[in-house]
Design a protein around this ligand. Structure first.
Ligand code: NDP
Length: 249
């Protein structure tokens, strides 16, 4: 019996590390055809090689999600190589946390460009395909910071709240339009990845490092949720998941 993942073509942004990498490995084991996307080519190549050597199927395309053309090329490449696109995991993101008063304005802009516009670029690239084929699955990584406000997380949280809004509207509009497009938004808490490397504010970095050291769990926790969403039959949409360490208050 099919697990509803086997042979699905799944595009993953932010696949060069952390949650994206872990998800790619798990979905490949379950038989999906994976298209890895991020900026660091060496990481993507290494991961594709690892998956293919283990008997899975993965290809990669260097992609900067802030560039709408890159996102379009990613979808085209997937279609060219695997013939279709079934799902996209819009997961690329950065988290240079800091207090608003520190005015890290360039970092604010990068977060809006990557975490929010990057998702919009992915949607603009994939929705024409999903609408035409009357099926498709969009999964995003928001954050618990997209559900609740945290000091130092003002701009990061704002981008993640925006993702939540977009996904809920996409779910409602797809239902109204009868396009059968499914959506799942994941709100992770502390997951051990390279995300903290994007923090430049010394105090914010110290606080986050302590929090992750105390509570952080493996990104496989999120990979399993992505798999769970994909495993559902086509008439079932599981739209939201909050996932974090059992020990994290
Ligand atoms: P990582 O830093 O390990 O991964 C981030 C990924 O995003 C990398 O693959 C990076 O690849 C990619 N990326 C960054 N900028 C761009 C860009 N411009 N274009 C394409 N890819 C880009 O962190 P995580 O795995 O933790 O992060 C994944 C998502 O999970 C993010 O959206 C993050 O906000 C979210 N999240 C994470 C939590 C955690 O505790 N770890 C908690 C809540 C949410 P490259 O640099 O090669 O481009």
């Amino acid at each position: 019996m099919s697990n509803n993942i086997e042979n699905k073509v799944v595009l993953i942004t932010g696949a060069s590390s952390g949650i994206g990498q872990s998800t790619a490995e798990l979905l490949a084991k379950k038989g999906a055809k994976i298209v890895l996307a991020a900026r660091r080519e060496s990481r993507l190549k290494e991961l594709a090689d690892k998956i293919n050597k283990a008997g899975g199927q993965a290809i990669y395309q260097v992609t900067d999600v802030t560039n709408p053309e890159d996102s379009k090329k990613l979808v085209q490449y997937a279609k060219e190589k695997f013939g279709k696109v079934d799902a996209i995991f819009l997961n690329a993101g950065i988290m240079p946390s800091s207090p608003l008063s520190a005015l890290h304005v360039e970092e604010w802009e990068s977060m809006v460009d990557i975490n929010l516009k990057g998702v919009l670029n992915g949607l603009a690239a994939v929705l024409p395909e999903f609408t035409a084929q009357k099926s498709g699955h969009v999964i995003t990584t928001s954050s618990v910071a997209g559900l609740k406000a945290y000091p130092n997380g003002g701009v990061y949280g704002a981008t993640k709240w925006a993702v939540r809004e977009l996904m809920e509207v996409l779910r409602m509009e797809s239902a109204q339009e009868g396009t059968n497009i499914r959506t799942a938004t994941i709100y992770p808490a502390a997951i051990n990845t390279e995300l903290l490397n994007t923090i430049t504010d010394t105090e914010a970095a110290k606080g986050m490092a302590a929090l992750y050291e105390q509570y952080g769990i493996s990104p496989e926790a999120i990979a399993r949720i992505v798999a769970f969403a994909l495993e559902q039959p086509a008439d079932v949409n599981v739209s939201e998941f909050t996932v974090g360490p059992t020990s994290q208050p």
